[in-house]
Design a protein around this ligand. Structure first.
Ligand code: S3P
Ligand code: PEP
Length: 461
């Protein structure tokens, strides 16, 4: 496993990531109230996209507030391997000098995305429109995740998988299209990664590339493409869906990107503040794009005090200051159509549901099975081992909240950062401490999670 050892300034070097195979267990125990003001790291989805679009642009892109987590650093390294110049200019400040649409060079090394589905799948899209071939690889978790969902539309555009493992899994070699075709593609599942891969490949195709989704997924790629100068339109399709069209072969121009704080990371201190008695926590600059805020909607329905102020926006992405106070929560039913707007947050929602009074039913969670781990099973196991009654019925998860959690369990993280952080949040308020077998993967998305939670008063040992 790779973990961060601090990012030096200057051109990106291989030494940024250091190898360690030692699991790092940690125990979390009930503390006094959590209080204070924090800014969680930059949004992971926007950070990946800023690097990729910067690399596909002509001229210079300046990014501030980039998430310096392993997933994003692997994307930065891949952009460098594909010919862009990527440089760290200060804390969370990065500069990219791009090669232009379809301008990627043949990489001399395999592109290793570590634990990151987003980095791998979006870069596959970007490579699919270039006449080069690249080897894509990742860690054991990423090697187990489905890639056919990305390769199918990319093959329609003209890319070829020239070698790969069974079922289109990593490692694989992707040969980009010499003459990429514009396609119309209906995504088989609500997935911003599939949509984004098609749009990034479509940049190189002459004519109009269209993506139709029956349930809207996060729209950061569309918003950022516009910010870099592409002609993208998005209209409603059916009750919950969207039809996105992109005019191919634009000249993208380097742009400035301010990365707001990641709502998926904010979810952890937010739930911790809600369940630890007497807590009062403020989070600044949290991105509040409505396609990402299903958790906040759900927690408010459960009775959570989450107050928004200082609402503002940058490049189409809204953000706000959130004040969260400890709240008495009650069980609710979460409808399946809300899933895309909170797909990474169900794990920590299940923790909140365990501390609520009454039953919480979360419906339509099939996509959780193909994340860093099988998150349906891993979440249920995390709750069970800590004395919470939970049931999986088809694609639904049903949690029996009893207002408190016994704790004392050891949680298996399965190479999944969000399992590790959710379990540590659970231990912040459980009757007995909760142990996590390996916290190392937290560095993929929230490298400072442990010190930041400690700064609010959480007790980890
Ligand atoms: O596009 C993105 O940045 C992401 C999309 C989601 O995945 P899917 O597209 O597979 O739903 C999400 O789970 C992931 O953490 C980030
Ligand atoms: C699913 C996630 O990321 P990715 O798909 O990029 O690995 C996540 O961060 O929860």
């Amino acid at each position: 496993m790779w973990y961060l050892r601090g990012c030096p300034q200057g051109p990106l070097k291989d030494t940024i990531l250091t190898h360690s195979d030692q699991p790092r267990p940690l125990q979390s125990r009930a503390s006094g109230p959590l209080t204070g003001k924090v800014r969680v790291p930059g949004d992971k989805s926007i950070s990946h996209r800023a690097l990729i679009l910067g690399a596909l642009s002509v001229g210079e892109t300046r990014i501030s507030g980039l998430l310096e987590g392993e997933d994003v650093l692997n994307t930065a390294k891949s952009m460098q391997a594909l010919g862009a110049r990527v440089e760290r200019t200060g804390d969370f400040a990065w500069k990219v000098n791009g090669v232009g649409v379809a301008g990627f060079a043949q990489p001399k090394v395999a592109l290793d995305f570590g634990n990151s589905g987003t980095g791998c799948r979006l870069v596959m899209g970007a490579v699919a429109g270039c006449p080069i071939s690249a080897v894509f690889d990742g860690d054991a978790s990423l090697r187990s995740r489905p890639m056919r969902r990305i390769l199918d539309p990319l093959e329609k555009i003209g890319a070829k998988v020239t070698s790969g493992s069974e079922g289109g899994r990593l490692p694989l070699t992707l040969q980009g299209a010499r003459d990429p075709l514009p396609i119309t593609y209906k995504t088989p599942v609500a997935s911003a990664q599939i949509k984004s891969a098609v749009l990034l490949a479509g940049l190189a195709a002459p004519g109009i590339t269209t993506v139709i989704e029956t349930e809207a997924s996060r729209d950061h790629t569309e918003l950022m493409l516009k910010h870099f100068g592409a002609d993208v339109t998005s209209v409603q399709e059916g009750q919950h869906g969207r039809r996105i069209t992109l005019v191919g072969q634009p000249e993208l121009h380097g742009a400035n990107v301010v990365v707001p704080a990641d709502p998926s990371s904010a979810a952890f201190p937010i739930v911790a503040a809600l369940i630890v008695e007497g807590s009062d926590v403020v989070l600044s600059d949290v991105m509040t794009n409505p396609l990402r805020t299903g958790l906040f909607t759900t927690l408010r329905e459960m009775g959570a005090f989450i107050e928004e102020s200082e609402v503002r926006g940058d490049a189409g992405e809204p953000m706000a200051r959130l004040r969260v106070r400890a709240s008495k929560l009650r069980g609710v039913e979460v409808p399946p159509e809300r899933a895309p707007s909170m797909i990474d947050e169900y794990l920590v929602l299940a923790v909140a549901a365990s501390f609520a009074e009454g039953t919480t039913i979360m419906r339509g969670l099939q996509e959780l099975r193909v994340k860093e781990s099988d998150r349906l099973e891993a979440t249920a196991a995390m709750l069970r081992v800590n004395g919470v009654k939970v049931e999986i019925s088809g694609d639904d998860m049903i949690v029996e909240g009893r207002g408190h959690v016994p704790g004392s369990g050891t949680v298996a993280t399965h190479m999944d950062h969000r399992i590790a952080m959710s379990a540590l949040v659970m231990g912040c308020a459980s009757d007995q401490p909760v142990t996590v077998d390996d916290t190392g993967f937290i560095a993929t998305s929230f490298p400072d999670f442990i010190p930041m939670m400690r700064s609010l008063g959480a007790e980890f040992s």
